[in-house]
Each structure stands twice: as C-alpha cells, then as structure tokens.
Design a binder for this molecule. Structure first.
Ligand code: NAD
Ligand code: 022
Ligand code: ZN
Length: 375
C-alpha cells in the first residue's frame, strides 16, 4: 500500500516527505495506522549522522500512537480497531530476559531490530523498488507502519493520540526511571540534571513518588519555571554557582544530625558524561543512587574515583524507564487519564507531517519541550 512518510535518505540532510510502499503484516505482525508521533532526541542523533549504527535510507520515529488496522496470521494479543503504542523495547514474555524479571530488555527481536529489519530479516518499506530501513522497530514517521505484535501495547480508547504518543518514549522513560529503576520512596531527596522532555517527567515521577526535595539543575534559566510547573522544589543554574557545583549541591541537601549532604537519588537527563559524574558525586555517601538516563555520544566514557563507589554510591542506568512495555505502558496511560501525571503542557508544538523538520529545529533551539506530528 501507499503510505506518507518522512524519509531520512542521508545523514545530515532534512527529512523528505514521500509516498513510500508498505507491505502488509506477516505472521505475528500487525499493521498500524499512526495517528501522532513525538520527535525525540535519538531521531535527531541518528539523522545527524552521529549515531554509528544509523542506517539510511530509513523511516525514523519511535514515539507514536495509533490504531491496529490489520493483523497477520497467528496474532492473538490485539485485534483490528485496538488503540496501541509502539514499543522500541518489546516484551515477548518468553525470552530469558523477560523471564528473569530482572530487566525490561527483551531479546526476542533484538538482532533484526538493530539492523533496521523485521524479525524475518526483511523490510516492509520500500521506495522506488528499493528497501527502506525500519527504525528502533517502530518507524512512526509514517502514517502506516508494521510491527511485531510483541512490540505494541494496547491502551484505552479514550486517550488522545497526540498526548498518548509521548508515553511511547519520554513519559515512560522519565516516570519509569523513578518508579521502576530507582524505586524512590516517600520523603526522599533528589536531584535531576537536565530539565528537558525527559527530566521534567523525572520531576513529575518524583512528585508522584512523594519525594521531599526535588532539585532541578539546568544551564537554561527558562527551565526553572518548567521544573516548578511539575513539582521541582529548588532550581540550580550551574552557570550561577560560584565554585564547585557538586559541593554546592551536597551542601544544599544536608540533613540529619551528622549533616552529611548528598541526595538519596540523582538522575542524569543530559547525556553529558561530565554531568553524569557530577550526578554520581552529588548522591549521598553510603546509599545514594545515581541513574543514567541520558544517552551519551558514540565513544564517550564516564569516570569517577573508585572511592565514590566504595563509600556506597551506586551508578545505575535505565532504558525506557525499566518499563515492560505491554504490561506497564497501559498503566501509565491510565495514570495520565486519571490525572496522576500530566502531559498536555509538555506538548509545546503540534505540527503536520510536512513541517516535521521544523520540529527538529525547535529541539535544537531549546524552544520546545516536545513537538508532536499529527497525521
Ligand atoms: P532535552 O534536550 O529536551 O533536555 C536536555 C536538557 O539538559 C536541556 O534543558 C539542557 O538545557 C540541559 N543541559 C544540557 N547540558 C547541561 C549541563 N551541562 N548541565 C545541566 N543541564 C544541561 O533532551 P531530552 O529529550 O530531555 O533527553 C535527555 C536525554 O535522555 C538524551 O540524551 C536522550 O537521548 C536521553 N533518553 C534516554 C532514554 C533511555 O531510555 N535511557 C529515553 C529517552 C531519552
Ligand atoms: C530513546 N532513547 C533515547 C531517546 N529516546 C533510547 C536509546 C537507546 C536505548 C533506550 C532509549 C537503549 C538502551 C539500551 C539499549 N537501547 C540496548 C537494548 C538492547 O540491546 O537490548 C537501544 C534500544 C533500541 C535500539 C538501540 C538501542 C534500536 O532499536 N536501534 C532500546
Ligand atoms: Zn525517545
């Protein structure tokens, strides 16, 4: 069938709106009509050419929401008409990782997904008779796409697509990092580095978890208001701190009779390896946990003195907020619909597919929190 897509033909070039061909779903696959998609950092990372695993031509996009319009043989978990969110981290419930209960990183289709292909090692998309790669198993920058059934989460039908799509990456990553990865308890102290589309969701996750002190750190002063909007209690602009930022944050979090500072939980939402070190070192001696959410550039390394870990600080990382997609994503949609978490104010821009490149510009300039393309 003909579908409308924003195609990434070459690294460093804008996306091109084209009519491309899409084959129907094979066994255990579903055809989705995508109704809305967010534009996220990793789309930009791949499009820029900085991603060494980036493949071209490809249909990018991994933060979508839509409707099942056809199912292939053997599909049992969803049916035509179901509202779904595509999952770049699938949940097969059968592989050793899913069965371990210790990780959300399902391995069922990992190999082919990373190569831009469906599980049978072919692509469903083509342009001018040549195959076009899938992206993160989702390719939501097309109004129709094909996914394995283990990579879609069925959600309630009253959730608006242009909001629910954000749960496909940013919301689940930020809120999940707090709830699933850190398991923050009531009364905890916390520091969030980077108050963008991910950090603001960490902040609202911390508010939901009942954290006492939620310190936001960002070099963009306009992010103070944004943080406060979602529950941040203190704002620190590193550019305005005289002397060492870590010492400043440790002092700010001093509590108890021994007056040892440092936060119970810190989160890196920048992808900057210097910030990752600051986040670890600003966590509390003996029990502080620092969660890396930001994705660093290719070849980057993190470092700290072993003393930081020997004295009980823990460095952790999280992918998709530790969420098991088919199980946890529908619950997050419920939290949104019940008013437990907010999404609407973070969707700062709605764009038609034709203007998708403007969404990338808005991300670069720091003007947007999230831009969403509505088909
Ligand atoms: P964003 O650009 O919207 O936000 C980043 C924020 O960090 C900005 O507000 C910026 O001003 C701030 N910042 C930059 N340098 C800083 C510094 N030195 N100190 C303090 N603040 C600084 O990006 P986002 O959409 O929020 O994504 C953040 C990161 O999370 C990206 O690296 C993204 O790839 C990653 N991510 C990871 C996962 C995962 O599963 N692990 C999922 C989604 C996104
Ligand atoms: C989403 N991300 C960044 C912005 N939006 C993002 C990027 C990468 C990961 C998670 C979120 C990630 C962490 C760990 C992995 N990935 C490896 C998972 C594994 O090997 O099992 C990751 C994922 C998908 C892809 C590449 C890396 C891909 O489909 N190409 C989840
Ligand atoms: Zn993303």
């Amino acid at each position: 069938m003909d579908v409308r897509a924003a195609v990434a033909f070459e690294a460093g070039k804008p996306l091109q709106i084209e009519t491309v061909q899409l084959e129907g779903p094979k066994a255990f696959e579903v055809l989705l009509e995508i109704k809305a998609t967010g534009i996220c950092h990793t789309d930009e990372f791949t499009l820029s050419g900085a991603d060494p695993e980036g493949l071209f031509p490809a249909i990018l996009g991994h933060e979508g929401a839509g409707i099942v319009v056809d199912i292939g043989p053997g599909v049992t978990s969803v049916k035509k008409g179901d509202h779904v969110i595509p999952l770049y981290t699938p949940e097969c419930r059968q592989c050793p990782s899913c069965l371990s209960r210790k990780t959300n990183l399902c391995t069922a289709i990992r190999g082919t997904q990373g190569k831009g292909l469906m599980p049978d090692s072919t692509s469903r998309f083509s342009f001018g008779g040549k195959p076009v790669f899938h992206y993160m198993g989702c390719s939501t920058f097309a109004n129709f796409t094909v996914l394995p059934e283990i990579a879609v989460a069925k959600i309630r039908e009253d959730a608006p697509f242009e909001k629910a799509c954000y749960i496909g990456c940013g919301v689940t990553t930020g809120v999940g990092a707090v709830v699933n990865t850190a398991k923050v308890e009531i009364g905890a102290t916390s520091i969030v580095f980077g108050l963008g589309g991910i950090g603001l969701n960490v902040i609202q996750g911390l508010r939901l978890a009942g954290a006492d002190m939620i310190i936001g750190v960002d070099i963009n002063p306009s992010r103070k208001e944004w943080g406060e909007r979602f529950g941040m209690t203190h704002f620190v602009n590193p550019k305005e701190v005289e002397g060492d930022l870590v010492a400043y944050l440790v002092n700010l979090t001093k509590r108890g009779a021994d007056q040892i500072g440092g936060a119970d939980y810190t989160f890196d939402c920048t992808g900057n390896t210097t910030v990752m070190r600051q986040a670890l070192e600003a966590s509390h001696r003996g029990w502080g946990q620092s969660i890396i959410i930001g994705v660093a550039g290719a070849g980057k390394e993190i470092s700290t003195r072993p003393f930081q870990l020997v004295t009980g600080r823990v460095w952790k990382g999280t992918a998709f907020g530790g969420a098991r997609g088919r199980t946890d994503v529908p619950k997050i949609v419920d939290w949104y619909m019940e008013g437990k978490i907010e999404i609407d104010p973070m969707i700062t821009h709605l764009l038609p597919l034709e203007d998708i490149n403007r969404g990338f510009d808005l991300m670069h300039s720091g003007e947007s929190i999230r831009s969403v393309v509505v088909y």
